[in-house]
Design a protein around this ligand. Sequence first.
Ligand code: C2O
Ligand code: CU
Ligand code: CU
Length: 569
Amino acid sequence: MSVIEKISRRRFLNYSAASLLALAGTPKLVQAMQGMSTLPKLPPRKASPNFKADVELELFAQAATVPILVGQATAVMQYTAKLVRGPKETLATIPSSYLGPIIRLQKGQKVRIRFHNGLAEPSVTHWHGLHVPAEMDGHPLYAIGSGETLVYEFEVLNRAGMNIYHPHPHEATAKQVYHGLAGALLVNDQEEAALGLPSGEYEIPIVIQDRLFDSQNQLIYVRNMHDRMLGFYGDHILVNGQANYQLKLASRAYRLRVMNGSNARIYKLGWDDGTPITVIGTDGGLLEAPHTLPYAMLAPGERLDIWADFSGRELGSQLVMRSLAFTGALPKMGMMMHQGMLPMGSEFPIFTATVSQKTSDSPKLPGQLSTFTRYKTSDTANPEKPVPIGISEGPMSMLLNGRPYSYNEPQDFERIKLGSIQLMEIFHAHGGGHGMGGNAADSDDGKGEQHGMGGMGGRHGRMGMGGMRHGNMGGMMGMGMMMSMAHPIHLHGQQFQIISRSVGDGAGEGYASVREGFIDTGLKDTVLVMPGEKVRIIKPFQDFKGLFMYHCHNLEHEDMGMMREFLVE
Ligand code: C2O
Ligand code: CU
Ligand code: CU
């Protein structure tokens, strides 16, 4: 153990003792940290005879052993599926990949999925990006035990886009995803079909993940508290479950459906020869028009639809997609503790495309791609009073709106009226050791109180995090600064629109190395919020009542409780 590691370790231990003490007045926090927060156990949902499915799938999760690296095979958890009814293109396996099969659905289809849990532990599958009823969303409440079957039934309301299916069990999402449970769920619609975008062999999924292996080629997961606080990082970059991913392409246009399926790693995507990145879609589907930028940031849970045109390139020529250098996503202290061989923000190749066939016919990039309703602040129910999503980072606690996850205990501002369109503001609720209240009060628009942060906790007759930190945690000054890091914030349910980003002092120099890589013009369900950044979004809450989660998609953070719920009623 290096000196730095020793010091930081000791500091962490001190902090954690201090924080536990300080939090003694908030039983929920302590409970959550000790993993005592529990969810009721429901009987697994059964098929309803009145639901006439166009598509019916069996989806299995089970342990498997697959070849990933040269040599010994790797023990993973794996999704497999079987088509019972519906078009045969509904399922496609990615050759030699441990990832789940690609599920391809059409807008308007009625879908029944029987999820069989063949794992030795509880699980539930969430359709990240899909707008489905609360009880079909894979909320941890619906997790089923080993050997049980859960039936989902929903209609595809989404427009064309790339979504993700992955587990969402209470406090075990990160581990299950890391061990291999994830897959792409594509929706197609007529608006998309009319464009004649590259399809078939010219449409390629690119699921990017980082993994850490031991000398026996087995996956290593969280080893210590740092791995949780900062998120877990691997030093092998896998694409579609394969190391050193190679594509052999024709000299024409391709559509790359890129997903960041990593637990915590953020990528800064760029072509090695400086060719700009042409983006045609984001999480929630096609943009209105293509957007070209020097590089594109891609945080866990985010997707990008990339137009990659190899026309005119010579036979044998290569283009490498790299993650380019950036800073600022992790605290300096964190960077030092981040001992992996591949620090976040370092530069490395992701995959190599080689032109292995010459062709002269290629589709042209359409100038217009799609239309969708663009929301303005004046369309929202609360133009003066954004719903707060306050990020707070402390030792052993990653919180949203000052609280850890707690099932079905919405605070007042987490209750949302069905059918409403909401203005929301995601911000860092600390800064240099300030508590929640502190930052809200001196936020630059002077409208801090609007967040209702002052009442956070106090309203319920007990001290909230903010107060605690101010009152009892003087020794932790600087902790907020130290821990300040980037968080990909994900909201379940309908896709949202990003209407503004603003950066304050907390942003630091690193911001300049990422700021040109955001695509804020499309529909999104996950947004990367850099340290010091404040992001305003507009999100509709239509069609379905019930509990819809919002959380950090750094999956270690999610499992630590950096997750809350909106109750739509
Ligand atoms: Cu991708 Cu709540 O999840
Ligand atoms: Cu989700
Ligand atoms: Cu986070």
